[in-house]
Design a protein around this ligand. Structure first.
Ligand code: MG
Length: 318
C-alpha cells in the first residue's frame, strides 16, 4: 500500500541533482566519430539517485518533462529541471519501457500488468495488447512506434516470478519470448521474431528500413533486421556484441548510430557495427532516450539513479 507520506518524500530526491562527473567519463574509441556524438567538454550529471531500478525513459515534449519507470518500486516517475523527481503514476503495475504514440499518448510496458497500456489525454489507462493467440503475454519490456502507427514490442520473461524449486518461470503462457508487431488500427498482433532468448530494447533506423533488437539473455548482442513493406522482417544478423554487461534499452540517433545501455554505461556504435566510444557511469545502465527542449540531452536510467549528458545529435524517430 502506497501512502501519501511516501509520495511527499519523492520531491526530496530533487535535492540530489547535479553531481557532476568528469569529462574523463567519456571514452572515445573512434575519436573523430565520437566527437560528432558528444561535445568534448560534455559532463555527465546525476540528476537523482536513491531509486530502486530505473528504466524506460521517455521525453514528453508538450509537458517539458521526462517520464521513467522504477520497476521494483512500482512507480512511474517524472523529472523536470524545475520540479526534480515526483510521482507520475503509482502503482504502475511494475512499468518498464515507455514511448509515445503518433498522437503523443504515453505507451507503457507493464511487467505485472502483462500488457502494453496507453494513457489517454484524460489520464485514463486502456489496454492496447495483452494476449497473443489467446494466451497472456509474458511481461512486455520495451516498445517503439513506427510512423505507420504500428507498435513493436518485446516480451521477455523477466517480469514473471521464478519458482525457487524448479527454476521455472511461473504463469508463463507463451511458448517463447517473442518480438511483436501490433497494429492498433486492426487489432492484429503478429510475432515477427521468435528465436530471441530475452528480447529487450528495440529501435528503428532513421528511414525505418532497419529494426535493431537487443538480446539481453545469454547472447548479449544486438541484432538488426530489414523491415519489409508488409511489416515482415528478414532473417536478420548480429549487428554488434556488448563487451561488458548485456544490451538492454537502445536508441538510434538521426545519423543512424546505435546507442546501447551496457554494464559500463552507454556504448555507441557506428551504423556498420563498430564501437565509436563509451559514456562511462558508476552504475550499469538499463535504458536511455534523447530529450530536452532541443532533443539533444541524453537521459540515462542506470540502476538506482537517473543521469543526463548533453549530446551533439538527437534521436531518430520517437
Ligand atoms: Mg529493457
Amino acid at each position: 500500500m502506497k501512502t501519501p507520506s511516501r509520495l511527499r518524500r519523492l520531491p526530496a530526491l530533487a535535492t540530489l541533482v547535479f553531481l557532476p562527473l568528469s569529462a574523463a567519463d567519456l571514452a572515445p574509441v573512434d575519436a573523430a566519430e565520437f566527437a560528432r556524438c558528444l561535445p568534448s567538454d560534455a559532463k555527465v550529471e546525476r540528476l537523482a539517485t536513491g531509486l530502486g531500478f530505473t528504466e524506460g525513459p521517455v521525453w514528453l515534449p508538450r509537458e517539458g518533462m521526462l517520464v521513467f519507470s522504477d520497476i521494483p518500486k512500482d512507480q512511474l516517475l517524472r523529472w523536470s529541471p524545475a520540479g526534480g523527481v515526483a510521482a507520475f503514476r503509482e502503482p504502475s503495475r511494475n512499468a518498464n519501457g515507455n514511448t509515445l504514440d503518433l498522437q503523443g499518448r504515453l505507451l507503457t510496458c507493464e511487467h505485472s500488468g502483462r500488457r502494453v497500456a496507453r494513457r489517454e489525454a484524460d489520464g485514463t489507462l486502456v489496454t492496447v495488447v495483452e494476449r497473443f493467440e489467446g494466451r497472456r503475454l509474458n511481461s512486455p519490456n520495451d516498445v517503439v512506434v513506427k510512423t505507420d502507427g504500428t507498435l513493436w514490442f518485446t516480451d521477455p520473461e523477466y517480469g514473471l516470478k521464478t519458482n525457487p524449486a524448479t527454476k521455472q518461470r511461473e504463469g508463463k503462457e507463451q511458448p517463447g519470448n517473442f518480438v511483436y508487431r501490433h497494429d492498433p488500427a486492426t487489432g492484429a498482433t503478429t510475432a515477427v521474431v521468435r528465436d530471441f532468448v530475452q528480447p529487450n530494447g528495440l529501435a528503428f533506423s532513421p528511414d525505418e528500413k532497419l529494426l535493431y533488437v537487443a538480446d539481453s539473455g545469454s547472447p548479449r548482442h544486438i541484432r538488426v533486421f530489414a523491415v519489409g513493406a508488409d511489416g515482415r522482417l528478414d532473417a536478420g544478423r548480429v549487428f554488434c556484441r556488448l563487451d561488458l554487461g548485456g544490451p538492454d534499452g537502445i536508441r538510434v540517433d538521426r545519423e543512424g548510430r546505435v546507442w546501447s545501455s551496457s554494464g559500463d554505461g552507454v556504448q555507441i556504435f557506428h551504423p556498420d557495427g563498430r564501437l565509436v566510444g563509451r559514456i562511462l557511469l558508476p552504475e550499469s545502465a538499463a535504458n536511455l532516450c534523447f530529450g530536452g527542449p532541443d532533443g539533444k540531452t541524453l537521459y540515462i536510467t542506470a540502476r538506482k539513479s537517473l543521469y543526463a549528458v548533453r549530446a551533439s545529435v538527437t534521436g531518430a524517430g520517437r
